[in-house]
Ligand binder design. Structure first.
Ligand SMILES: [Zn+2]
Length: 204
């Protein structure tokens, strides 16, 4: 069994896959994902989480898509692969920049929905197995989920003692008299400090 090469058929993981383009022997994707698509997902996540994640390199996805039966019968479809997305963000405690690269397997089996949208096809349900509706497989949804599940809701430094020291220094500066902090003008870090002060839930 040899899977067809998706890029030879101009198929992308960021576009829904119609079953008629899925051969019985499967499809193999190996793709550098468009920057704009990744940035759109990160921007949408930021609206929910308030956390700023930025790209720091090209995102790559490899994905094998195997129908578990003849495609014309609308069989379950197995997806297996890997996503790697170099990202950076800032520590919610000390504000230092952090590597937040997402490097995660993709593994999922999609079952055909009977008619119309399946009642259980909610995003919460879509972790390991879910459904596809009609004759379209939501590949962008699968890749988006792998990416977003890899983002920490509470990114902090791996080096805890160093992070503690930086956080203590920040707090000491916030509590210092204003003239000692900024004798010749506002310290550029003041915005970050103020953010830290007005959103105490950022600390735990
Ligand atoms: Zn930190």
């Amino acid at each position: 069994m040899t899977r067809a090469q998706a890029n030879a058929h101009r198929l992308k993981v960021t576009e829904p896959l119609e079953l008629r383009f899925l051969p019985d022997d499967g499809l193999h994707f190996e793709e550098a994902v468009e920057e704009a698509w990744i940035e759109a997902q990160l921007a949408e996540d930021r609206q929910h989480s308030g956390l700023l994640y930025e790209r720091s390199g090209p995102t790559t996805v490899t994905l094998d898509i195997d129908p578990l039966g003849s495609v014309i019968t609308r069989p379950p479809v197995a997806l297996r692969g890997h996503l790697r997305s170099p990202l950076r963000t800032h520590c919610v405690r000390c504000q230092d920049e952090l590597d937040a690269t997402v490097d995660t397997p993709i593994e999922s089996t999609l079952f055909p929905a009977k008619d119309g949208p399946a009642p259980d096809a909610t995003p919460e349900h879509a972790l390991d197995e879910s459904s596809y509706v009609g004759d379209v497989i939501d590949l962008p949804g699968v890749v988006r989920e792998a990416l977003l599940l890899g983002l920490s809701m509470h990114p902090t430094c791996a080096d805890e003692p160093a992070c503690d020291a930086r956080t203590a220094a920040l707090l000491a500066e916030v509590n210092a008299p204003a003239e000692a902090l900024a004798p010749t003008g506002p310290d550029p870090r003041w915005e970050a400090l103020r953010h830290l002060v007005v959103t105490p839930d950022n600390e735990e």
